[in-house]
Design a protein around this ligand. Sequence first.
Ligand code: PMP
Length: 379
Amino acid sequence: MIPGPIELEPRVTAALAQKTRSHVDPSFIEDHGDALRRLREVAGASACFPFIVPGSGTLAMELAIANLVEPGTRVLVVHTGWFGDRMAEIVRRHGGAPTQLRAPIGEAPTPDELARALEKEPAAVVTITHVDTSTGVRADLEGLARAAKRAGALVVVDAVCSLAAERLEQDAWGLDVVLAGSQKALGAPPGLAVLTASEAALAARRARAHAPASLYADWAEWMPIMTAYLEKKPSYFATPATGLVSALLESLRMVTAEGRELRAARHARLARGLRAGLAALGLHFIPRDETLSANTLSAVSYPQGIDPSLLGAVKERGVVLAGGLHPEIKARYFRIGHMGAVSEGDVVAVTSAIGQALRALGHPCDPGAGLSALAQALG
Ligand code: PMP
């Protein structure tokens, strides 16, 4: 139950076990094209161009910034946690000028605040972390994107911890780039950076005076390859991670069969249920309220008198959780991932394990009350 990499469905593991195929094997070309089409479907991005590139989510961030940011480009980073700092650093490395719009830990800047910030200091690009995995905060992506578009900025969305588990409509909300990694709610192993780019984003890349400094991150190098896969033709720029693409396709088949709205609703229900259970154990969360709380993970404060040894006690009860990540509050909270193949059984198991571990460590709580609040919230 960590916020990625997540456990794989057996079908996905089986896909990984296939014999390695050549990147120009007709069956691989067909599968890669299929994965690109399904990626577009998952992001609600039928008008966008899809990329699947070997690398992690951080590469997906670089793939966005390297193409849209030139020396001197002003970028406003909507900051809801540590991954906003990473985005600002990537912007700096590419010669851009990042400004951060920050909120207190556990909160998110509002669309009005973004509009005012852009009025004061215009930016060519606005980046938004949909769900920041260091705080569990989910930003109001639709509202923030509307404010950014009104100010004429391109919108880049770090959806590493949201794609395929939160509501996200790339075409309808005017998101120019949606980027993610394979290892979270997309349900695949780590190792693939995925990205869908709007026509406006592609036009911004074409309009550059100079190509990006990174050959590997240049959309212009990858576009002919992705186009070839979509058209079922062989092509080569850099060797694709053939086995990982097979696994991702298997997982995307499951995601698209479930449907993105139902999948987001399933994650929302389980997340609400889990937090109701934990609240009944007397626990509090890093996000200020439930509207700011992600479907994909919960960031939970240690109660008074309990320290990170709680995670060891929970593990003894069969559940693996993650520690804190945000440098300012690292030792004060822990994180529970609940995305991908997560089920009612999983949230029951984690609530029960945490309740028992807390009681064993001397925190006064009733594990049964946690389970009954969970059951009630699930309805
Ligand atoms: N952005 C967010 C919101 C993330 O959660 C992560 C990974 N936890 C990243 C970016 C970076 O992805 P990766 O670790 O795959 O490079």
